[in-house]
Ligand binder design. Structure first.
Ligand code: ADP
Ligand code: MG
Length: 252
């Protein structure tokens, strides 16, 4: 079953094409890794799929519901606002810089959306958040504020916050790149555990070993296009593509 299908996505900023006909698909339980140099359009792609940006053209379907399609003139036509909000509920997003609410406690950060958007009772939302905090090894941090936590802890809170909405698909945009190397491992471990539980995920990452181990499928982007895609063995172990080779050689 397809959780996400994005077809021929195009997006320009100020006349410059940043996404030039990108297509990706993710089936249930699959982990898709997106790799590529800085500026290649990875974040823009995630932002388009998660409704933080609009596309100029292309089609996106999430959990069988059409977010956007091409109109007769080839330009993007979005579903109505209510449908878009509903589709948004299928999605979780974890950013590079955690994006926690600084004035809210860890518990409040996690329960805010379930209470406000899903209309969960406070008790129910807090019980679920407590479980998630245990899972993230943060059981004792419920009353702490983001500024009192390490970067790795903040990132685990933001993963718990995303999971609290029970998303069908979770997107990570370079979840470890704002962290010191010694904190990177704890986040990668959490994502590995989610993968083992068959959480459907799209992970933009510069951690090549992690991508090779965890991803079912890898997409290499450069300059707003997909240069190569395939299973990790093929892409990391046996690429014949010169641009992929040049990119990967930076990590050796
Ligand atoms: P990546 O995540 O692969 O590093 P981005 O998607 O962040 O790449 O950026 C791709 C290109 O789009 C870059 O040239 C960037 O400067 C440009 N870009 C991204 N967001 C905006 C924006 N809101 N306005 C103008 N240009 C943008
Ligand atoms: Mg980026």
């Amino acid at each position: 079953m397809h959780i996400l299908t994005a077809t021929n996505i195009c997006k320009s900023f100020d006349g410059t094409k940043v996404l030039n006909g990108i297509s990706i698909e993710v089936t249930k339980g699959q982990v898709l890794a997106i790799i590529g140099p800085s500026g290649s359009g990875k974040s823009t792609l995630l932002r388009c799929v998660t409704q933080l940006e609009t596309v100029d053209s292309g089609e996106i379907t999430i959990c069988g519901e059409r977010l956007v399609k091409n109109g007769a003139d080839g330009k993007a036509v979005y579903s109505d606002k209510a449908a878009c909000s509903k589709i948004g509920l299928h999605i979780g997003l974890v950013f590079q810089n955690f994006n926690l609410f600084p004035h809210l406690s860890v518990m409040q950060n996690i329960t805010e959306a379930p209470i406000r958007v899903l209309h969960r009772s406070k008790a129910e939302a807090e019980a679920a958040a407590t479980e998630l905090l245990k899972k993230m090894d943060l059981a004792d941090k419920a009353d702490a504020y983001p500024c009192q936590l390490s970067g790795g802890q903040q990132q685990r809170v933001s993963i718990a916050r995303a999971l609290a909405m029970n998303p069908d698909i979770l997107f990570f945009d370079e979840p470890t790149s704002a962290l010191d190397p010694e904190l990177t491992g704890e986040i990668l471990k959490v994502i590995r555990e989610l993968a083992a539980e068959h959480m459907t995920m799209v992970v933009v990452t510069h951690e090549m070993k992690f991508a090779r181990d965890v991803a079912d499928y890898v997409v290499f982007m450069d300059n707003g296009t997909i240069i190569e895609q395939g299973n990790p063995e093929q892409l990391f172990g046996n690429t014949q593509n010169d641009r992929t080779k040049a990119f990967l050689s930076r990590f050796n």
